[in-house]
Design a protein around this ligand. Structure first.
Ligand code: FMN
Length: 165
């Protein structure tokens, strides 16, 4: 099984999640984990799984992430298993009730990424996933790396099911 993980990260939290997912999948197959600055459409070939992750900034993915997704050809992901994740602020760490509501209702990067991946023909294997940080610049909330590992294992099972069908 061959997986490509493309991620963006300003403060290192999304990178940690991406590397954890990569390590979990790497125990079972071939994985490349690439910062979005190095990701080009040509990398998306011969894959079984493409995972894209970004920090949520202003309710959406980073500009570099959106640019990468837009750079993919119209039907480039046809039939390919895809998944999306983001990092986001843990709501309970926001003091202001109004701000908490705004952040909660504003939306998150992973949904936008998932939509873009589907638009390019990708077969979304799991709901968009969010991993939590406890401050604007992190760190990750306790247990999130373990949750990322578990998420990766679930994705692996889903892809395996499709490959062996
Ligand atoms: C300019 C800016 C905007 C942000 N906007 C959001 C947001 O809309 N929703 C949210 O949950 N977190 C938001 N955050 C928190 C980020 O999600 C957090 O910085 C990110 O998870 C850290 O990931 P990184 O270390 O990979 O950059 C924002 C942070 C910054 C600095």
């Amino acid at each position: 099984m061959k997986t490509l993980i493309v991620y963006d990260s300003f403060f290192g939290n999304t990178e940690k999640i991406a590397l954890e997912i990569g390590a979990a999948l790497g125990e079972r197959g071939e994985v490349e984990t690439l910062p979005v600055s190095q990701a080009v459409p040509e990398k998306v070939g011969g894959l079984d799984l493409l995972i894209v992750g970004s920090p949520t900034r202003g309710f959406r993915p980073t500009e570099a992430t959106s640019k990468f997704l837009n750079s993919l050809a119209k039907e480039q992901l046809d039939g390919l298993g895809v998944a999306a994740f983001d990092t986001r602020i843990a709501l309970e760490t926001i003091d202001s009730a109004v701000f908490r509501l705004v952040v909660d209702k504003g939306g998150y990067a992973a949904s936008t990424i998932a939509k873009a991946l589907k638009k390019k023909g990708g077969n979304l294997l799991a709901p968009p996933e969010g991993f939590l940080v406890t401050g604007e610049q992190g760190p990750l909330k306790d247990g999130e790396l373990e949750r990322a590992k578990e998420w990766a294992r679930q994705l692996w099972s889903l892809v395996q099911g499709k490959i062996n069908r």
